[in-house]
Design a protein around this ligand. Structure first.
Ligand code: 5GP
Ligand code: MN
Length: 365
């Protein structure tokens, strides 16, 4: 599969798709999938725009609205996580992930999916230690404080991702896993971004919990954004290595988009070259099902660490049955059943709450 990776999008979809088109022509290839690492700015209307936090000069719709209204269409499957410049209400409604436009899929506050056998896990938002132990209390009407806390990564999402056991090909986050800069050219980074020195020297840059996930899951790839610079690192594990790549933002920068060829870690002959499909991840859905009653809604910081439940075989069976009962398209890949995520109808794009409710009803969450 040919994959394009993008750093912060900042709503510049036209420019990004234009670059991908040019690349396809120059190299005579088809790019199958675009991954966006946050600051996607899926701003639908004036309310989203009002709730979207950024310096005043950047407070504009940019391109998403036309894709949302179907005036333009994403030319390839686009999967994104959220960053710290987002419309909080839409992302909250799609907490478990979902379609924000035709061909544009939000991975959720945390999420795992597969694209033609490539297993992609991700987490949205940025780390802030004060909000990490809080629940999901933010809702409309947002105030100046909740507009911001809404995009801070929560313990509940990290703890669910921590429960994964099956191998992950690609992990996507907006801010960097803490300390990752030490595994690449940190001096070069500091020459380019001297204001980071203080945080780097205090080992305070990025999210300590995504670093824990990186060490635990050892994904083949980890993509991120947020620092507005290209940076690569290779983290050596006892077994294997994670290739980390952070990319820049689009306007006026060179390194915001990168292309690579990636094959599933478990090779399979099933997927044809012409069809790119999104699949539910059964292990992930089982984790959601086993822990949905644990989702914290508190505004205060909880004093005790969350303890989540590992899904047992019975939960996995229930998830499989739920997927079967939902008449989703099923394919067998290397003896494992996989279920396609249905493409969106116009109605489901306009009603993200319904998407969330249908998802919860399907899994009986
Ligand atoms: P954003 O586009 O998310 O508003 O901001 C990204 C900018 O903030 C980048 O230019 C990056 O250098 C800076 N930045 C992000 N996180 C940190 C951090 O933890 N420490 C410091 N010193 N700068 C940061
Ligand atoms: Mn950012």
């Amino acid at each position: 599969m040919n994959i394009a990776i993008e750093g912060c999008s900042h709503g510049e979809l036209d420019l990004i798709y234009e670059h991908i088109k040019r690349r396809q022509l120059e190299h005579n290839i088809k790019v199958d999938l675009l991954i966006c690492c946050g600051d996607f700015q899926a701003i639908r209307d004036e309310f989203d725009l009002e709730e979207f936090c950024c310096p005043p000069k950047y407070k504009h719709y940019r391109d998403f609205k036309d894709y949302y209204h179907g005036i333009k269409e994403a030319p390839l499957l686009t999967v994104f996580v959220g960053g710290n410049h987002e419309a909080p209400s839409l992302l909250k409604e799609l907490y478990f992930g979902g379609w924000v436009a035709k061909n544009i899929y939000y991975l959720g506050h945390s999420g795992v999916i597969s694209v033609n056998g490539i297993r992609i896990a991700g987490v949205s938002g940025i780390y802030d230690h004060r909000d990490y132990p809080r629940g999901f209390f933010e809702a409309r009407p947002y105030d100046e404080s909740t507009k911001r806390s809404a995009y801070h990564v929560r313990e509940f999402d990290i703890k669910k991702l921590e429960l994964l056991k099956e191998p992950i090909d690609m992990f996507v986050s907006h801010d960097w896993p803490r300390g990752i800069e030490q595994w690449g050219d940190v001096e070069g980074l500091l020459r380019h971004k001297p204001h980071l020195r203080h945080d780097v020297e205090a080992n305070r840059l990025g999210n300590p919990y995504t670093w824990m996930l990186l060490r635990k899951h050892k994904p083949r790839y980890w993509f991120a954004a947020h620092m507005h610079t290209r940076f690569e690192a290779r983290v050596k594990h006892d077994e294997g290595e994670t290739y980390f790549l952070a990319l820049d933002k689009p306007i006026g920068r060179r390194s915001f988009l990168e292309f690579m060829q990636l094959e599933p870690s478990v090779p399979t002959s099933y997927f044809s070259k012409n069809s790119v499909d999104l699949f539910y991840d059964i292990e992930w859905l089982s984790i959601l099902k086993a822990n949905s009653h644990k989702m914290p809604m508190n505004a205060f910081s909880s004093a005790v660490e969350l303890s989540l439940i590992e899904p047992n075989e019975e939960v996995k069976k229930q998830v499989l049955r739920a997927l079967q009962d939902n008449s989703l398209e099923r394919v067998m890949v290397n003896g494992k059943e996989m279920y396609k995520i249905k493409p969106p109808t116009e109605n489901c794009i306009k009603n993200p709450k319904d998407q969330r409710e249908m998802f919860m009803a399907m899994l009986k969450l």
